[in-house]
Design a protein around this ligand. Structure first.
Ligand code: XUL
Ligand code: MN
Length: 346
């Protein structure tokens, strides 16, 4: 049992969260599961025991009808729900997307799912509902009309916002999570810039309800710098949520433990979050590797949590005045050296 990880002196929520899907059975596109699947609600105490204060779930994992049971199990182990999200990617009917499907009946089904997910988000006590772009995209050019797809996303999100406002006031906000590819070859809302542009095209009343959920690995898969992606969200006042993990270059989505591949950049990211007084919840989106034995399945959470705390503590010690002075002197390399000194010690 790991004591809850706490981000010292953090503005707002100081506990950390993880998704129930992070503790999966270890399947990949080339081979079936290597572990028996743990029933979803049984994962809640495991997440709590790994030091998390929050859990996250898709509607395919905790459907509306299981919400009462989930609330009870979460209360028993002291977990709160950080975010809930409709799965627009698992059901075969959404094989070509939900909001951007060419079939109006599928788009309607997607909207119904989204509305139900809004109700469940509120019921579970989460303040944020995430839309990951999942299957909203294309594998073949001209299979969809891109301009129509964009308009459909705008229409869909406007309708979700209207439903949320009419039924739940300002209880829930929406965070769009960009990813460039996987499962689709090309995904709409591929990066933070596309997300912010889409938000700018929503109805005026909907815009304040929508923000971003950047994920460090997703930026990396696109070959982009996640620090800048987060800074851009902050500049826009749209950092509603964040998914932390690590990624070893531009390849398939690895969901490695936070702090594993680029600790120096992670340190800088935490400096930025601290200085911005980010008050949302910090969550991991990691994946227990298929090589880990069942008894060690939560190592992915404890390793991420430990790395986060170490880096967070180091980030608190970073001398901001020194960085400012080095910037003033145009000494970018010396800033890199100073960050390394903060990371590795002398
Ligand atoms: C997939 C991913 C999702 C979202 C929630 O890469 O990050 O798990 O976070 O649907
Ligand atoms: Mn994610």
């Amino acid at each position: 049992m790991t004591a809850p990880f706490t981000l010292r002196d953090k503005t707002g929520e100081a506990g950390v969260g993880a998704g129930v899907w992070n503790l999966g059975p270890g399947g990949d596109p080339f081979g079936g599961p290597t572990r028996e699947a743990i029933p979803i609600l049984d994962r809640l105490p495991m997440i709590a025991e790994a030091g998390m204060s929050f859990y996250e779930a898709h509607d395919s994992e905790i459907p509306a009808e299981d919400a009462d049971k989930a609330i009870k199990r979460a209360e028993e182990c002291g977990l709160r729900c950080a975010m809930y999200t409709p799965s627009f990617f698992a059901d075969p009917k959404f094989k070509d997307g939900a909001m951007t499907s060419n079939d109006s009946a599928i788009r309607k089904a997607g909207l119904e799912n989204a509305k139900r997910a809004v109700d469940t988000t509120v019921k579970l006590g989460a303040k944020t509902m995430v839309f990951w772009n999942g299957r909203e995209g294309f594998d073949f050019v001209l299979a969809k009309n891109g301009q129509d797809s964009f308009k459909r996303l705008v229409e869909g999100f406007n309708a979700v916002a209207q439903y949320a406002r009419e039924n739940h006031g300002d209880a829930v906000r929406f965070a769009l999570e960009p990813k460039p590819n996987e499962p689709r070859a090309n995904m709409y809302l591929a990066n933070v810039g596309e997300v912010l542009y889409l938000i700018s095209r929503l109805d005026a009343e909907a815009q304040p309800l929508f923000g971003a959920n950047p994920e460090t690995a997703h930026s990396r898969i696109a070959g982009l710098d996640y620090l800048w992606d987060v800074e851009l969200c902050l500049e826009a006042g749209k950092l509603f949520h964040i998914h932390l993990n690590a990624q070893d270059g531009q390849r398939f989505d690895q969901d490695l433990p936070f702090g594993y591949t680029e600790p120096l950049k992670d340190l800088a990211l935490l400096v930025v979050l601290q200085d911005a007084k980010y008050d949302g919840i910090v969550c991991f989106d990691v994946k227990a590797p298929r090589t880990d034995d069942p008894k060690n399945i939560a190592d992915i959470l404890t390793t991420s949590g430990q790395n986060l705390i170490w880096l967070w503590e180091r980030a608190l010690q970073v001398d901001r005045a020194r960085i400012a002075a080095l910037r003033e002197e145009n000494r970018a390399t010396a800033i890199a050296g100073y960050l390394a000194e903060c990371l590795y010690g002398r």
